[in-house]
Design a protein around this ligand. Structure first.
Ligand code: HEC
Length: 195
């Protein structure tokens, strides 16, 4: 192969690798063609009117966020939202707007305030909420104040307990022979060595 074609082969390799990293590993974005979405931040006075019903749908994952962020109920509960409610990783938000003022809540949602959630920040930086979504969520939270909070901790505990026992039983069943044969082999080996 001539020196020139060797260089050409190498350059092609580098180009293919670069394409792979730029497109494949760059997530859903083609950095050349599309900028990742930017966080829109407006003050509470400039917020559009929120639609609490759409806020509920967004919170529960029945409506999708424009930039495809995960629904809040994955980590939060509000009132008694459906069986098993929401997740328990984040605080229950039923009375959040009583405790926090709206600016702080918007701050959490836009990662631009006195309260920043280290759990939410990376998620919603990649998938920022639009101003209308922020307004709808806020309206929903404001309308949820005073709702009875679902106390499903015992139910979650019960389900995880049953799950663990079931899991242990299944593993025990699958590995029942394996452990025995391993032990048998060890015993045999020890006996042979002590002879
Ligand atoms: C991946 C889990 C997760 C998701 C999804 C999530 N949150 Fe959170 N959120 C948290 C955690 C955890 C906290 C508590 C602060 C911390 O430890 O990061 C929090 C805190 C908050 C707070 C502040 C509450 C307080 O009392 O300080 C608000 C308000 C809030 N989240 C609203 C939302 C809304 C609205 C959504 C949906 C757009 C959402 N969160 C989605 C995990 C999540």
């Amino acid at each position: 192969m001539s020196k020139r074609s060797k260089v050409l082969v190498r350059l092609t390799g580098v180009a293919v690798l670069a394409m792979f990293f730029l497109t494949g590993c760059g997530g859903p974005y083609f950095p050349f063609f599309e900028e990742p979405p930017k966080q829109e931040i407006v003050s509470i006075a400039d917020m559009p009117l929120g639609d609490a019903e759409n806020g509920l749908a967004l919170f529960m994952g029945k409506a999708h966020f424009e930039h495809e962020g995960p629904p809040c109920m994955g980590c939060h509960s509000v009132g008694e939202n459906g069986i098993l409610g929401g997740g328990a990783m984040g605080p229950n938000l039923t009375n959040a707007t009583e405790v926090l003022d709206p600016t702080d809540i918007l701050g959490v949602l836009t990662n631009n305030g006195p309260i920043i959630s280290p759990v939410m920040k990376p998620i919603y930086t990649d998938a920022p909420l639009t101003v209308q979504e922020q307004a709808d969520l806020l309206a929903f939270l404001e309308g949820s104040v005073g709702q009875p909070e679902a106390d499903r901790e015992w139910l979650v505990l019960g389900i995880s307990l049953v799950g663990s026992i079931f899991g242990a039983a299944v593993f025990g069943f699958i590995y029942r022979n394996r452990l025995r044969t391993v032990r048998r082999a060890l015993v045999k080996k020890a006996q042979e060595e002590s002879l």
